[in-house]
Design a protein around this ligand. Structure first.
Ligand code: PLP
Length: 441
């Protein structure tokens, strides 16, 4: 684990999160359960916000990419920390609105935003919409005109930078469903198109090169390419962008193939990017753009730990030992999607030596329903509490009721206290929207 003051092994040899013993948590709240460390979330939000303040004179806004973890509590925390959010659907926006989030600090993304989503965004006075298609630009201009407003927009563009990460989470290659490419002239054409819209105000450009990235150089390269493009647009079209959105993508620790980053390392990422922006602006005679960045995974990822109870154990001699838990791909589909790697411990026997290598399997009717493959553990017994680290991002938000399993509840822990932020589902929740038409009664 990436140990910190709020994530450690206590004197009983148990995992402790936010001052609470994980075994006590499991007993009180049941498993499977998502546990979120509030202090870590706030510290991560602050490190981005404060670095922009310190290194860029506060000329920017951190947007929490809420696709990583969307629920009312997280929008409330973001608001308290005075940062913005990025939303990618009507559902995320609605959740933010219901949490009382100041929507002028929200930015909306999506490669195929639906009409009702754009309407909801405008009706709630969204700060910025990041346009990703001609059709969207046309629709948005019309909606803005009907409302007699001028909507602030940015354009999602592809600088053509390939970050070293999983192909499914690389997004800024020329072959991507997202954004307009710089290299084939698409980014310039859409700029001209949007500049011609009376009810849209183009602020500048957004790019997002991928996720789970550790190389600062990838970000520097992307920033450089976008700023060069901004300079080209200034001289060719006379439009000088006033804002630049560099997306998210900073990596976190999942297992020991990943570095264990500290808060200061994230500050360093941001500073490196800011330095690159300053240098490019000076070289290209551009004014310093207002800076947006959209970290998601790095804000909530390591703040989350999922607790499970060990159930069936199946040893296939000479082949594999499966340790089954009471969760699975319905609460964490990331192994099934990306073969993502996770680190696991027995939270109730955290100081015991690992004596075997096992595969942690879920309870769904799918052979691919695995959580961690070939991981070291002490000999697990039915009833042990298993903790899977770094499950705060893209776990709850990707969860489903597959096999009509319950999406686990989530609690927020801080200073030895816990509160539900997502309450447990019941069987009635599962059939809430089911309907039996007359002919089936
Ligand atoms: C446009 C955009 N911004 C931000 C993010 C957040 O990225 P991460 O969670 O890696 O920081 C994503 C993730 O897919 C994204 O598509």
């Amino acid at each position: 684990m990436n140990e910190r003051a709020t994530l450690k092994i206590n004197g009983k040899g148990h995992l402790e999160i936010g001052g609470m013993d994980a075994v006590d948590i499991a007993e009180k709240y049941g498993t499977p359960l998502y546990v979120f460390d509030e202090e870590h979330i706030r510290n991560m939000m602050r490190v981005y916000r404060d670095t922009i303040e310190k290194e860029y004179g506060g000329n920017g806004l951190v947007l929490f990419a809420s696709k990583a973890f969307s629920c009312m509590a997280i929008y409330k925390i973001a608001a308290e920390e005075k940062i913005g959010v990025d939303v990618v659907s009507g559902g995320e926006l609605y959740t933010a609105v219901k949490a009382g989030f100041p929507v002028e600090k929200a930015v909306m993304h999506g490669n195929n935003k639906l009409l009702p989503e754009l309407e909801l965004a405008l009706d709630n006075k969204i700060g910025v919409v990041v346009i990703d298609s001609y059709k969207e630009a046309d629709v948005l201009d019309k909606l803005a005109s009907e409302r007699k407003i001028v909507q602030k927009v940015m354009l999602r563009i592809n600088p053509g930078v390939e970050a070293h990460t999983h192909a499914f989470v690389q997004t800024a290659r020329t072959d991507s469903k997202f954004g307009f490419s710089i290299s084939d002239g698409a980014a310039k054409s859409i700029t001209e198109h949007v500049l011609g819209k009376k009810n849209l105000k183009l602020l500048g450009y957004q790019c997002h090169i991928g996720s789970q990235i550790f190389e600062k150089q990838s970000f520097v390269l992307a920033v450089g390419k976008v700023m060069d493009f901004m300079s080209e647009i200034k001289s060719e079209l006379g439009f000088e962008a006033e804002a630049l959105n560099v997306g998210g993508g900073f990596g976190i620790w999942y297992n020991d193939e990943d570095p264990k980053l500290k808060l200061s390392d994230y500050a360093d990422f941001v500073k490196t990017m800011i330095d690159a922006i300053k240098e490019k602006a000076a070289r290209n005679s551009l004014k310093l753009p207002f800076l947006y960045m959209e970290p998601g995974r790095s804000i909530v990822g390591e703040a989350g730990v999922t607790l499970y109870t060990v159930g069936a154990i199946k040893d296939i001699p000479g082949i594999k030992k499966y340790v089954a838990i009471d969760g699975g791909m319905f609460d964490n589909p990331r192994y099934a999607l990306y073969q993502s790697k996770y680190s696991v411990i027995l939270a109730n026997r955290a100081t015991e030596e690992c004596t075997e290598v096992v595969t942690v399997a879920g309870k769904c009717c799918e052979s691919g329903d695995l959580i961690a493959v070939d991981v070291p553990l002490p000999e697990a017994k039915s009833g042990d509490i298993m903790a899977v680290f770094s499950t705060g991002a893209y776990n709850y938000s990707m969860a489903s009721n597959y096999n009509r399993n319950f999406i686990p509840a989530a609690i927020l822990v801080k200073n030895g206290k816990a509160d539900y932020i997502i309450k447990p589902q019941t069987y009635d929740d599962l059939i809430r929207n089911d309907v039996l038409p007359d002919r089936l009664k």
